[in-house]
Design a binder for this molecule. Structure first.
Ligand code: CP
Ligand code: NVA
Length: 306
């Protein structure tokens, strides 16, 4: 059985296979053909943190595949009162067909998966957001004119995930963060190892202008991730010069697209003008969450007995 906890558990061929499946299901969905690939299956969705896109896309996705979603806020289930993850995993997985979790600690996902009898999907942790990257790459394949990517902003779960995706697929990725906000060293090291095999080119810099130059895809994310609300004042000061505004964006390729996993905070990581002039890209990226995740769920179902 396979889980979807980090992109690093997947080969390039597997990532592309899942995305091909997602493309096919997207076309069917657009034609209003809802094939019941996961008929009568239940997806448990456990959330320790807030969500708009992840909740709606997984719940709608499983429904369109012929199954049903079960929204479980950790505040409402016994997990929030201290029931161990390993007990929660054994109980829930005995009743449902798949589980998706949004958690703080990646190690909680690993623990849940260890004790789960059904596939487990990472719906975001402090370390990684792999389902988002599947939607992001799907969007790049649909509308970008090249695959040189610049990520401008915080060294967080999104930058770590970009490192994983680019290093597995062999893309060119430039990451610019302020000093002290670099991506997690562990993921940098994994990416460097992956790049030796894939041929990925990875640049880590503190200069957003250097990173964005020649990019076909510019990506950013909030400076204040969920759980970091107390750090806002300091971070806003430290991130001066990292707002993706007109001046910065003008250094990217002329037809560069802008990706933002959302929610966006205008005036901080991105200016309102730049955001709105790339609304087509960003909201296609959001929509693609639905399609990419349907691909992931159908793929995991097909590999249940691996
Ligand atoms: N991008 C993303 O995961 O959005 P939500 O936090 O709304 O799920
Ligand atoms: N880095 C952000 C992503 C939100 C989808 C966070 O973790 O809050």
């Amino acid at each position: 059985m396979r889980h979807f906890l980090t992109l690093n558990d997947f080969s390039k061929a597997e990532i592309l296979e899942i995305l091909n499946l997602a493309d096919k299901i997207k076309k069917e969905t657009k034609d209003k053909k809802y094939e019941p690939y996961l008929k009568n299956q239940t997806l448990a969705m456990i959330f320790e943190k807030s969500s708009t896109r992840t909740r709606v896309s997984f719940e709608t996705g499983i429904y369109q595949l012929g199954g049903q979603g079960l929204f479980l806020s950790s505040r409402d289930i016994q997990l929030g009162r201290g029931e161990p993850i390993k007990d929660t995993a054994r109980v829930i997985s005995s009743m449902v067909d798949m589980a998706m979790l949004r958690v703080y600690k990646q190690s909680d996902l690993v623990e849940f998966a260890k004790f789960s009898s059904v596939p487990v999907i990472n719906g975001l942790s402090d370390d990684l957001h792999p389902v988002q990257l599947m939607a992001d790459y799907m969007t790049i394949k649909e509308i970008a004119n090249g695959e040189t990517i610049a990520y401008i902003g915080d060294g967080n779960n999104m930058s770590n995930s970009w490192l994983m995706l680019a290093s597995i697929l062999g893309l060119e990725l430039h990451i610019a963060t302020p000093k002290g906000y670099e991506p997690n060293k562990n993921f940098i090291n994994i990416a460097k190892e992956n790049a030796k095999i894939s041929g990925a080119k990875i640049l880590l810099t503190h200069n957003p202008k250097e990173a964005i130059e020649g990019a076909n895809v510019v990506a950013t994310d909030t400076w204040i991730s969920m759980g970091q609300e107390d750090e806002k004042e300091r971070k806003v000061k430290d991130f001066e010069g990292f707002c993706v505004n007109k001046n910065l964006m003008s250094l990217a390729c002329k037809d560069a697209i802008l990706l933002h996993c959302l929610p966006a905070y205008r005036g901080y990581e991105v200016s309102d003008k730049v955001f709105e002039s790339h609304a087509r890209d960003i909201f296609l990226e959001a929509e693609n969450r639905l399609h990419a995740q349907k691909g992931i769920m159908v793929w995991l179902d097909a590999h249940r007995n691996d």
